[in-house]
Write a protein that binds this ligand. Structure first.
Ligand code: FAD
Length: 278
């Protein structure tokens, strides 16, 4: 593969909470900006817990000249706070968003006025028309709280019909899960581009913890191999790069319109995969 897919690559960051983290992100941003991504995105803590940091990080990241999409979640927020934030972003020149429900840590306040991401997409369209390009989340292996795969598909369709422009998936390691999901969505008459979310593999313990929390499946053969490497980080890195590069190749060869990398504010693991693809 020598050319970029139609929707290219995008890279996700989280808002750092230390000076060292902020300084490091500057270098990561520049290294990834050199690959001419379609956009960067910056995550948001549910209930608005990172609101100021997300806003500031979006400003910092945008200085690279790359379009930057803040994530925005509705859980635990009221409409007036969301409205203020939308208008603040618009006035700041932001024109893309990733719209989510989010997850409130247990014991942290009530659900808020908008219960699901489709309601947030509707709200953004009502408030700001077509100003924002809106991305939403998709779950090829089903969202962990969904009562069934079918119901989750219907709920995904609600977000698309509410006016989402693209979808970015939760990460996964089985290409067939993505192709199956896309086929089912297309059969519902929805043509929203669905960009696979890609998690580089760098550390087994962290990956296992993350995957438990978000319901992403780590296939047994990958888990067993990573476990066998123990603390041998060179082997984990080599194996992880190969597994994720092969996954990306299969996805692009099978028609995925782009790739969205969960960088965890590190450039090297993502760049190793991109170098393999090119
Ligand atoms: P929804 O689409 O609202 O779905 C949540 C659950 O409710 C699903 O089980 C769905 O089937 C069900 N559902 C949806 N609509 C309805 C309805 N109308 N009626 C009944 N049931 C319904 N989290 C953060 O806190 N911050 C982030 O920055 C962040 N970024 C993310 C980026 C991506 C690309 C992805 C894939 C996830 C991200 N998350 C983030 C995690 C996300 O917030 C969680 O997965 C959350 O549990 C669901 O959010 P959602 O927008 O997919 O919710």
């Amino acid at each position: 593969m020598s050319t970029q897919p139609p929707l290219g690559f995008s890279f996700e960051f989280f808002p750092p909470n230390t000076d060292a983290g902020r300084e490091k992100l500057g270098g990561v941003r520049d290294a990834l900006a050199a690959r001419k991504p379609r956009f960067f995105s910056v995550t948001y803590g549910a209930g608005g817990s990172t609101q100021a940091r997300t806003f500031d990080t979006v400003r910092t990241v945008r200085r690279s000249g790359v379009t930057t999409a803040p994530h925005l979640s509705c859980v635990g927020s009221d409409k007036s706070a969301l409205r203020d934030l939308l208008h603040a972003y618009r006035e700041d020149g932001v024109d893309s968003l990733v719209a989510l429900r989010g997850d409130l840590p247990s014991g942290m306040g009530g659900a808020g006025e908008l219960r699901y991401a489709n309601e947030l997409v509707e709200f953004i369209r009502d408030e700001t028309g077509d100003h924002f390009e809106i991305a939403v989340a998709a779950y090829p292996e089903a969202h962990p709280q969904a009562p069934s795969f079918e119901r989750d598909l219907e709920n995904f369709a609600r977000k698309a019909r509410a006016g989402a422009n693209i979808a970015i998936t939760q990460y996964f390691f089985t290409a067939e899960a993505y192709f199956h999901f896309v086929e089912r969505v297309r059969a519902m008459g929805i043509d929203t581009p669905i960009v696979p979310g890609i998690m580089p593999i760098t550390n087994y313990t962290k990956l296992a913890r993350f995957s438990d929390a978000c319901g992403a499946d780590i296939p047994r053969w990958i888990r067993k191999q990573l476990e066998a490497y123990g603390d041998d980080s060179d082997s984990i890195q080599a194996f992880g790069t190969e597994v994720v590069s092969n996954l990306c190749r299969r996805l692009l060869d099978g028609g995925a319109p782009g790739l969205h990398f969960y960088t965890l504010n590190q450039s090297a693991p993502t760049l190793r995969v991109l170098d393999n693809l090119n």
